[in-house]
Design a protein around this ligand. Structure first.
Ligand code: SAM
Length: 313
């Protein structure tokens, strides 16, 4: 489907934005550059800070879940794209019993290829004595799995997760970072319902736009329309209330929202201060530019001011 191609292309944006911010020093990720090329555009500090808050906020929630369950749990990353969370958690000694990355086969085939061909990615998905299974779209390592599936097709999702050995009785956290918005509400609701019907103890981290009917929402909609994305999930993102209701109406017992400004305030403030200084020179550059403009405006105004003063005396 054409709209699937547009949704698939958003992975390139997300991974390039992450790589750009990593190269600026916002956070450390030695793996993202193995999966995506050097970004071609310059990103503003605001975009980088937004990605920083998104990545750090999600990571804090995942770490809390992993520590609480002592890693006796599973993570299922829906619409994972080129996300590197598995490798970063593994480096921290925080890998869960089973980690599954799922995306369209077009995306997973590229990720499979990169994992196969980059030693530092491959090493982390292999455990001695256990054979890794790789075909064109899917990869099964010791506790890492990458599978190609369409999240609209629940039968396919069900059987792929079974092949990964997902245990439906184990605490499982689902992650969807900018994914449900690309699905029609009937499909995302069916997916959320399928999870509550099939998992004994499930959690869901959904990173998504809200207030899609305000000025910034409109900018985003225009941006996505320009790429011929059909935006089927926008209706669920109209308000904070509609976001929580989509969960409460599909069998989830509790749902809450934290807006990103608040997440930013809750992150470790020493690190926030560090990143706010990263692009200090870029900020200074902006100030100098605006001062230059002010100085220029003053220069234009001086003759007028002089003429005015002379006219008085
Ligand atoms: N979650 C990743 C991140 O934040 O870096 C990628 C986000 S990207 C904006 C959205 C991803 O969702 C794309 O990789 C796209 O292919 C995937 N996606 C959207 N709809 C999907 C569907 N129906 N089935 C599988 N993947 C889907």
């Amino acid at each position: 489907m054409a709209s699937d191609d547009a949704a698939i292309s958003t992975n390139d944006d997300a991974s390039q934005c992450k790589r750009y911010a990593v190269e600026k020093g916002y956070w450390t990720d030695p793996y993202i550059s193995l999966l995506t090329g050097r970004p071609t555009n310059i990103h503003t500090p605001e975009i980088n800070r937004g990605y920083y808050a998104r990545v750090k906020g999600i990571r804090l929630l995942l770490e809390q879940f992993l520590r609480t369950t002592k890693c006796e749990c599973q993570i299922i990353n829906l619409g994972a794209g080129f996300d590197t969370t598995f490798w970063l958690l593994k480096d921290q000694g925080l890998a869960p019993k089973c980690f599954v990355d799922i995306d369209f086969p077009t995306v997973t085939s590229k990720k499979c290829h990169f994992i196969k061909s980059r030693k530092s990615l491959l090493q982390k998905v292999i455990n001695e004595g256990i054979d890794i299974k790789i075909d064109k779209y899917d990869l099964h390592g010791s506790n890492y799995h990458l599978v190609g599936a369409n999240l609209r097709n629940l039968n396919e999702l069900d059987s792929k997760l079974s092949i990964c050995g997902v245990d439906r009785n184990l605490p499982t956290i689902f992650l969807a970072e900018c994914v449900l918005i690309y699905m029609e509400v009937k499909h995302s609701s069916a997916l959320l319902q399928w999870i509550t019907d099939n998992f004994m103890s499930a959690f869901f981290i959904n990173y998504e736009q809200v207030h899609m009917n305000d000025k910034f929402g409109q900018i985003m909609i225009d941006n996505l329309k320009a790429r011929q994305c059909s935006l089927p999930g926008v209706m669920a993102c109209i308000s904070v209330k509609s976001q929580t209701e989509r969960f409460l109406n599909t069998g989830w017992q509790y749902a809450d929202i934290i807006e990103m400004n608040h997440v930013y305030e809750c992150l470790p403030q020493a690190d926030v201060q560090r990143i706010e200084n990263l692009e200090f020179w870029m900020n200074v550059n902006c100030w100098i530019n605006s001062w230059l403009i002010t100085a220029l405006v003053m220069l234009i105004k001086i003759p007028t001011a002089l003429a005015f003063i002379r006219s008085i005396f």
